[in-house]
Design a protein around this ligand. Structure first.
Ligand SMILES: [Mg+2]
Length: 276
């Protein structure tokens, strides 16, 4: 093989390797999440806005972020509901791993990651949580991390201790296991979070909800629903966004994506065709 042949072969391999890596469905979303100043700034902006609302929410006893918290809540102690994944903890290394392996989501790899308790914090999250706790507001971590036994252990929810360890490791100062409510920890705790929100509403006045998925705010929005209907719901709760509800950007996964029917290209809204 002469030099020009090897150069040709080299550039062919480079082209195709690059092409393969770039064509993973989650490549751009993961790059944006991990490397953009824009993501970092938007997360800080969200938590900054939440921090500014905090004194108002604490002082106004009629303030609640739960649409169904209507009676006998004014004197309850204040709490905030936060999601964990892609709200407090950044699990994008798992998304990056999938891109590099050219693979999809794998529950086994996910659980190995949870066990490592190595996630970094979403920018702005830790300062916000610590500010809230210092102001006497309990933070409840309602997460769809799933409780599942691991081989060789009787612990029905080893994920809970891992999650607590990770949350402490990123700098959350005041937290214990009772504040972490994981999926399937109790029989009725499904991926629909409404039952856990209702439980929280019994003991606390909920000042804010913070999450990266529409299901962190409202029930019945994660399946059998169209993007149009979800968009209408966003409008119906106009007054909540940025005051009581704070959403973190997550282009890498979420119910925004799983509700779409295939082919998902049908949802692209392109330039109207003309006769010219
Ligand atoms: Mg999440």
């Amino acid at each position: 093989m002469n030099l020009s042949h090897s150069l040709l072969l080299g550039s062919f391999m480079w082209c195709c390797f690059t092409l393969q890596a770039n064509t993973h469905d989650n490549m751009n979303a993961t790059l944006w999440y991990q490397s953009s100043a824009e993501f970092k700034a938007s997360a800080i902006q969200t938590y900054q806005a939440a921090t500014l609302q905090l004194p108002l929410a604490i002082a106004d006893k009629s303030w609640t972020a739960l649409t169904n918290q209507k009676e006998n809540y004014q004197q309850l102690p204040p709490a905030i509901i936060v999601d964990i994944d892609e709200t407090i903890l950044d699990n994008s290394p798992v998304a990056a791993q999938s891109v590099l392996l050219n693979a999809g989501y794998d529950p086994k790899r996910w659980d190995q990651w949870v066990a490592m308790a190595a996630a970094k914090a979403v920018p702005g999250a830790v300062a916000f949580v610590n500010t809230a706790e210092a102001a006497g507001v309990k933070v409840l971590y309602i997460s769809n991390r799933e409780c599942e036994k691991r081989t060789g252990s009787d612990d029905s929810c080893p994920q809970k201790a891992d999650t607590l360890r990770n949350l402490k490791a990123v700098g959350i100062e005041k937290i214990d296991a009772s504040q972490i409510w994981l999926k399937s920890e109790q029989p009725l705790w499904s991926s629909e979070k409404e039952s856990r929100r209702l439980l929280a509403a019994k003991d606390f006045r909920i000042l804010m909800s913070i999450g990266d998925d529409f299901g962190d705010f409202l029930p019945d929005v994660k399946k059998n629903i169209t993007p149009e209907k979800r968009s209408t719901l966003v409008d119906s709760y106009q007054d909540y966004w940025g005051t009581k509800w704070f959403v973190l950007a997550n282009p890498t996964y979420g119910s925004w994506q799983t509700i779409l029917e295939q082919p998902n290209s049908q949802y692209l809204q392109s330039v109207p065709t003309t006769n010219n």
